[in-house]
Design a protein around this ligand. Structure first.
Ligand code: PLP
Length: 391
């Protein structure tokens, strides 16, 4: 029999969502009439916007006609029409991102997990804690040592990689331009590469919070950016994202020469990825039209209103929190500094509300809890009423 990749034995079991569903199921069995409100899952709840659906349908019709049918996409990097649209989107908020540095993908999870393929197995990795678990897991699978640091430590490793996520999952915090510049300066000083996850950029409301790392000075020399339409436009079930790799970002080769990172990523994708389907790319293109932007922003506004309801409740109750303003996530200190699993049980049994214990995102989440604004307004109002009651 072949031997397994021993690095997998170093992965922590992902107990979080298994344990949540176990506890919820037990509660439901014991209390079949309880009206549960789920505010733990980071998935959108509103449907695709009409212009996106129309563009996708039209593209599928084209696929059924001999003259307009398409097979493999030649480059696998995404059609020009979509890469141009993404480049135009960046321009709309002041970032200069040429279309030939954009790679279309099936989402930010794949890209943020796969990008580690191109780094040496002894490359040091820094991840801010708490974090989206993919950054740590993908590097453990690759046999790399991962160091955890604080969101605002501004301490990039020497000749290594650092994962940043802003607005952050789970804390909802977003870097200001000055803070992000400190990370870029640290990466440049230490010859490291920043992998910047901008999956929640569309939720930013404050003008001092950049929507892209490419709004900082000199970031083109040390940063790549991963983004997605999952949260921007409700594509969690449709699947489309993009990664930007500036031509200036270099990696060291053993012969002492430098190799553009973009060449390695092109090679990696060329070997292991055959592109995103034509209809999905047409649907994604529609997100970036004026009408598409107007419609998708409406859904984001609805989630922002829910976040506002949660934040107001927490302010009324004196609960310390981050997020909500530039994010669908509200991350708070458990009342009386309770352990996050104990608070999970309290919220479930006394308020019939399901959230996510912070412990699942890293050691800094031990006494923290995450609620999301991906819900209806009615459910959010009701959940907050019950939350107030148990406090
Ligand atoms: N990055 C972060 C920080 C996320 O929270 C998520 C999903 O929750 C993703 C990436 C994955 O997004 P996608 O649906 O594009 O794979």
């Amino acid at each position: 029999m072949p031997k397994l990749n021993q690095n997998f034995l170093n992965l922590k079991q992902n107990y979080l969502f298994i344990e949540i569903s176990k506890r919820v199921n037990e509660f439901k069995q014991a209390n079949p009439d309880a009206d549960l409100i789920r505010m733990g899952i980071g998935d959108v709840t509103l449907p695709l916007s009409p212009s996106v659906v129309e563009a996708g349908k039209k593209a599928f019709d084209e696929m059924g006609v001999k003259e307009t049918f398409r097979g493999y996409e030649d480059s696998g990097r995404g059609y020009d029409f979509l890469r141009d649209a993404v480049s135009g989107y960046y321009k709309s908020f002041g970032a200069d991102v040429p279309a030939d540095e954009i790679f279309i993908s099936d989402g930010a999870k794949s890209d943020s997990g796969n990008i580690s393929d191109i780094f040496a197995s002894d490359c040091p990795v820094t991840v801010t804690d708490p974090a989206y678990p993919v950054y740590v897991d993908s590097n453990i699978m690759g046999g790399r040592k991962v160091t955890l640091t604080d969101f605002d430590s501004y301490d990039a490793p020497q000749n290594g990689i650092v994962y940043l996520c802003s607005p952050n999952n789970p804390t909802g915090e977003a870097y200001t331009l000055e803070q992000l510049q400190k990370w870029v300066d640290s990466a440049l000083k230490n010859n490291s590469v920043i992998i910047y996850d901008a999956a929640y950029e569309a939720f930013i409301t404050e003008s001092d919070k950049p929507r892209s790392i490419f709004l900082t000075a000199n970031s083109r020399k040390c940063a790549i950016e991963i983004c997605s339409l999952s949260k921007t436009a409700g594509f969690t079930g449709t699947r489309c994202g993009y990664t930007v790799i500036p031509k200036e970002v270099m990696l060291d080769a053993p012969d002492g020469l430098k190799t553009p990172l973009i060449n390695l990523w092109s090679r990696r994708q060329g070997s292991k990825f055959n592109g995103v389907s034509y209809p999905v790319q047409r649907a994604a293109e529609a997100v970036f039209t004026d009408e598409g932007q107007r419609q998708t922003r409406e859904a984001i506004r609805a989630y922002q209103e829910n976040a506002e309801i949660i934040m107001n409740t927490f302010r009324d109750c004196g609960v310390e929190f981050t997020g909500g303003v530039n994010s669908p996530y509200i991350w708070f200190v458990c009342p009386n500094n309770m352990n996050s699993w104990d608070f999970f049980d309290l919220l479930l049994t006394k308020a019939n509300v399901v959230g996510t214990p912070g412990e699942g995102f890293g050691k800094n989440g031990k006494n923290r809890f995450r609620l999301t604004s991906f819900n209806t307004k009615e459910n959010t109002l009701e959940a907050m009423k019950r939350f107030k009651n148990i406090l």
